[in-house]
Design a protein around this ligand. Sequence first.
Ligand code: NAP
Length: 503
Amino acid sequence: MSSEQMHDAVIVGAGFGGMGAAIQLRRLGYDDLVVLEREDDLGGTWHVNRYPGLAVDIPSATYSYSFEPNPHWSRLFAPGAELKRYAEHVADKYDLRRHMRFSVVVTGARWDEDGSCWVVSLEGGDEVRGRYLLTATGFLSQPRMPDIAGIEDFAGEVVHTTRWRDDVDLEGKRIGVIGTGATAVQLIPELARAAGHLTVFQRTAIYVSPKLDGPVPGAVRAAFARVPLTQRIARLVGSSILEVMMVAGVLHFRDLPWANRIGAQVCRRHLDRQVKDPELKAKLTPDYDFGCKRPTFSNTYFPTFTKPHVDLETTSIDHVDATGVVLADGRRADIDVLVLATGFNLWDANFPAIQVVGREGRDLGKWWRDNRFCAYEGITVPKFPNFLSLNSPYSYSGLSYFTTIETQMAHMDRLFRAMRKADADVFEVSERANQEFLDRMTELLGNSVFNAGSCATARSYYFNQHGEATLLRPTSTISAHREAVRFPIGDYRFHSTRERVPA
Ligand code: NAP
C-alpha cells in the first residue's frame, strides 16, 4: 500500500458534476486537485452511455454550463456524442485534464481526525489524501441488473444500455427490450429500425410528451457565436419552461392540480394522435399522476408500437431461459438479443456510491439508511467535515443537471470564502442546520405530487426504500440558488488545522 502527499482536494468522478466542482475549486485558488474516475475517460454519463438514439432530453442551450455556452449544438436536443465532445472541450479549456486519473476505482474514504484530512482508498490498496473530499459520482451511475430468474442461462447476447456494444449484430434479429424508461424511449425506435422482430417488455408505462426538436440552422448558430446574449435568451426560455413544468406541475401539485393535469393531457393527446388502436393505447397509458416518475420527450416512441414487427408485452416476465423470455401466463417470446434498459440502482448501490466514514466512525450510507436521507442544502452532512457530497438527497434542483451543478458551485463559493475569512480550513455543518433543512424539505414535499398525488403504481426512482421522495429538492431552482448564495454562515462550524504564530 502506498500513500502520497496530501492534495488540496480529492474529487471522485470526472463527469460534469466533478468538472464543475474542479472549476470552482480552481477559482477559489486550490490548484492541487486530483480527480479520480473509474471509467477510462471523462464525461460521466456521456462517456458511459453510447446506445443508439442517445440524445439529451433537456434543450441543449440549457443543458450546459451557463459560463461556458456552446454555440455549436447541431440540434435543439443535441445527440450524446456532442455532449461528450462538449465535456472534452470544457476539460481542455479549464485545464482540468492534468488533475484527472482514469481507470481508478475508489473503494472508500474516511476522515482522519488527527491529520484533519480525508484518506481515500483505491482498488489495489493505494491511498490518496485530500484536505477536502468531493464525491461527484452521479445519480444514475450504478446500473440496475433486473432480478429476473434465468438471465444468466440466456444463450444469446445480453446487453445493458450502459454497456452498449457496437459489435452485437442487430440486423434482422429478434430483439427483446426490458424496460420503458427514458433510455428505452430513445433506444426502442432505433432498435425497431434494425430488428427483424422487436418485443418490448413493459412493467410501467411512461408519460411521453412531444419533442420540439430539430436542427439548429447555421444562421442561428452564427448568431449564438457572434452575440452570446442571443443564446443566453434561448437558455432562459428553455430553463423557464422546465421550471414552470417542475414547480407548477410537480412541486405545487396540491395548490395547482390543474397545472399537473395540463402536463398529463399534453402527453395523452400526443398518444391519442400517434396511436389509434384502443388496446395498445390503454397499455401505453400511465396509471399514476404526471411527474411521479420522470416524464420524457419523443416523437418516434409511440408510433414504433404500431409497426407490424413490434410487440408491446405487458404481462409480467416469469423467467428467461436459453432461447427467450417466458411470461407469467406461460407464453414465451423467442429472441436472439436481450437488451436491458433497466436503469439504475439509486437507493441501494448509490447514496453514497462508495463507503464514506466521517467523525466518530459515522458511516454515511448506514446513517442515511438507519435515519432519514438528507444532506444540508443537498451538499453537506454533519460529522463529515470538509466533505461535499454532490449527489445527495435533495440536491437535484430543477430538471437540468447543470442547475444543480451551478447551485452547488455557488454554495462552495460562499462556504470556502467564509471559512477562509474565519482563518480556518475545516468546515462542518451542524446537526441543527441539517435537521432544520430536512424538516423544511419534508414539509414542502407535502405539497408535491410525490406526497399529495397518486404515485403508488409509478415505481419511481425518485422514492427511496422508505417510500420518501428524497431525490429532488422540492423548491424552485431560483430559491435553491438564492439559498446557495445566502445560507446562514452560522450553519457551519469552522476551525483551523494551522498553528497560529503569536503576533
Ligand atoms: P429508468 O427510468 O429507471 O427505467 C428503467 C426501466 O426498466 C423501467 O421501465 C423499469 O420498470 C424497467 N425495469 C427495471 N427492472 C425491471 C424488472 N426486473 N422487470 C421489468 N422491468 C424492469 O431508467 P432509464 O430509462 O435508464 O432512465 C433513467 C434516467 O436517466 C431517466 O429518468 C433520465 O433522468 C435519465 N436519462 C436521460 C436522458 C437524457 O437524454 N438526458 C436519456 C436517458 C435517460 P418499472 O418502471 O416498472 O420499474
